[in-house]
Design a protein around this ligand. Sequence first.
Ligand code: DWN
Ligand code: ZN
Length: 408
Amino acid sequence: MTESCVLCGGPLELALDLGHMPLVDGLYDSAEAARQAPRHPLRLCRCRACALVQLDATPPRDVLFPPDYPYASSVSSGLLASARAHAGQLIRDRRLGRDSLVVEAACNDGYQLRWFAEAGIPTQGIEPVPALAARCRALGVPCDAAFFDAAWAAQWTPGQGAVDVFLGKNVLAHVADPVDFLRGVARLLAPEGIACFEFPYLGNLIAHGQFDTIYHEHRCYLSVTSVQALLDAAGLCVQRIETIPLHGGSLRVTAGHRADACEDLRRWLACEHDRALNTLPALDALQTSFARLRTRLPEAVAALRAEGRNVAAYAAAAKGVVMLEACGLGCAEIAFVVDRNPAKQGRHLPGSGLPIVGETRLAEADMVLLLAWNHADEIFHEQRAYTRGGGGWIIPLPELRVMAPRRS
Ligand code: DWN
Ligand code: ZN
């Protein structure tokens, strides 16, 4: 192991080696260039000292999230609806108004802050991808094209004073120095303010074999035990823990300066201790499901192709690149990848070189491998015409399912 723990500096032990993977959101204008995409070691590790599950190394943040980073949250109507509901809940619960201030790190295309801005509540976004930051501003959300960290917090002097609500959705697990990130949050947060963090839950990643959630953008794989240790290192306290269905099953952890008695916390810590969640044997289960799917999925695709069915894929998702690469699926097996995001269409997936096309091409496929399985309900609804027209689906996770219509 070359690196040490991002939390305590302790020694790391290997839990799962996924080989050398390309950067999953690095899309290319040609199949040839995509097939030459640089690859980096992808090793899931565990700290022997504090048990934090993490990658042992990742490229720098400006390489992981370059100016042409393509992911846009607003492509998913489900994510938009979830963000709107959460904004409404916070506005009510925290009695937010024109004297309040809501800040979001990695605010992407404004899918979350827009709902506060629409309610007349002062907002501030921080988003490193310039095109996404521009979309925020177009929605009435002031946005700084930057990475959020303690240095950014130190140089920012909010006009409205301290921050009432700080949002960090799918970013805490991404940063290479999570304690520094949280110290920045603590600096900005009002004494009675709250911070809400969302991240895929390690317990689900293990229980459902979600190895495709492991990629270089995700530095840490968080449990309640580990997120509490990170918050504690930054002087923040867990105040509430909620399970949410996003991204294969995530947690929403609310934190603040006040160490309120948190019954949730005690219960979660006890449960994770009883499950031995943050131990190497628990992570072995991931190894097993990884090995099983990378055998069974290619077999399922080969069998369908042997029946004369052509196979495409749906969603040029980050997790989809890991799935395809881990299972050795590429242009020989998959015809193309359909994706709703215009910024991805016309480009090619790294590694396989698979072309990314628009939704009109779906009808050409007999079977579709659903790479964004975490959006299955939304995508099945949106693409119901394909299914009704006799199109079939291959859903890799949480359990491999092949829904192949009987051939006439
Ligand atoms: O942490 C991250 C999560 C939050 O989002 C980022 N590091 C990168 C990204 O991961 P992902 O690409 O696996 O996210 P999703 O939301 O699982 O996949 C989204 C992809 O699916 C996008 O390319 C858009 C596409 N999509 C679609 O084409 N039609 C999504 C939906 C819902 C649809 O109906
Ligand atoms: Zn550690």
